[in-house]
Design a protein around this ligand. Structure first.
Ligand SMILES: O=C(O)c1cc(=O)[nH]c(=O)n1[C@@H]1O[C@H](COP(=O)(O)O)[C@@H](O)[C@H]1O
Length: 276
């Protein structure tokens, strides 16, 4: 999916919501546990309930890897089930020496490898340009680079001063030499509202993947006010706040209501903050 297609999808859906499919087998409602593939049955119901309110889905790979081969199969079926109109993110946070990154890239981008073809993958910038380059070799696919993460420990390194500036700023400026806003996005936590103006100064056109609303307490209003650019430039993720809105038989219905409430708020912010 291209930059323009993603923006068109946001305008069409009146939403920049990304639903996080962080599906923990231990949290799946009891009535689904007897299904042949409870994780897929759960995801299918969540996708059916939320697709009209979001533009993207982000399965966090850890939740699938933890189930071994069964988990990879649930992930493959889930990815196949996501409507082709929606942007897909493999939240794998990969990155290694180039030779190894090449295999990570194949895993998530080349369907003849592991049977998966995502639009994008999250990548850690720490090992530098040659660790990111192999992901960019896949035409039309996106790298979503960790810039300023939502967790408290994000400050341990990302806010350290390097040459008088926080390290995450260096990540934003250096990585723009590797790819433009049409191939790269940045992760910025919703809990880091104070940094959004700064980040927009350094990366005015890029999409930002913003996790941390919902369960982690970030403010959608603040993110939208300070982070929106002329192409929206935001994908705001919520996982637990949507998919575990209820642990009972009504889980999908409650997920739908949560997603709809976020979409309605986003529609308001698109009117308010998107330059017309
Ligand atoms: O890359 C991410 O998606 C990510 C980066 C970050 O800084 N913080 C963060 O929470 N995430 C992911 O976003 C999701 C947040 O989930 P909830 O807190 O349940 O909405 C999880 O899959 C996290 O791994």
């Amino acid at each position: 999916m291209t930059y323009q297609e993603l923006f068109a999808s946001i305008l069409h859906q009146k939403s920049y919501l990304c639903v996080g499919l962080d599906t923990d087998l231990r949290k799946i409602p009891a009535h689904l546990q007897s299904e042949a593939d409870p994780v897929f049955a759960f995801n299918r119901a969540i996708i059916d309930a939320t697709a009209e309110y979001c533009v993207a889905y982000k399965p966090n790979i850890a939740f699938y890897e933890a189930q071994g081969p069964k988990g990879w199969e649930s992930l493959r079926k889930t990815l196949d089930y996501i409507p082709k109109t929606h942007f897909t993110i493999a939240d794998a946070k990969r990155g290694d020496i180039g030779n190894t990154s090449g295999l990570y890239a194949r895993t998530f981008f080349d369907p003849s490898s592991a049977g998966l073809e995502f639009d994008s993958v999250t990548v850690a910038p720490y090992m530098g340009s040659d660790s990111v380059q192999p992901f960019l070799e896949f035409e039309g696919k996106w790298v979503i680079l960790l810039a300023l993460t939502s967790n408290p420990g994000g400050a341990d390194f990302q806010r350290l001063s390097v040459n008088g500036k926080p390290l995450y700023e260096q990540v934003l400026t250096t990585s723009q030499q590797w790819a433009g806003a049409d191939r790269m996005m940045y992760v910025v936590g919703a809990t880091q509202a104070d940094a959004f103006a700064d980040i927009r100064r350094l990366a005015p056109d890029h999409f930002l993947l913003v996790p941390g609303v919902g369960a982690q307490g970030g403010s959608l209003e603040a993110v939208s006010r300070h982070g929106m650019n002329s192409h929206c430039g935001l994908l705001v993720n919520s996982a637990r706040g949507i998919i575990y809105a209820s642990s009972g038989p009504d889980f999908a219905q409650k997920a739908r209501l949560e997603a709809r409430a976020i979409q309605q708020e986003m529609e308001k912010y698109l009117d308010q903050f998107l330059p017309h």
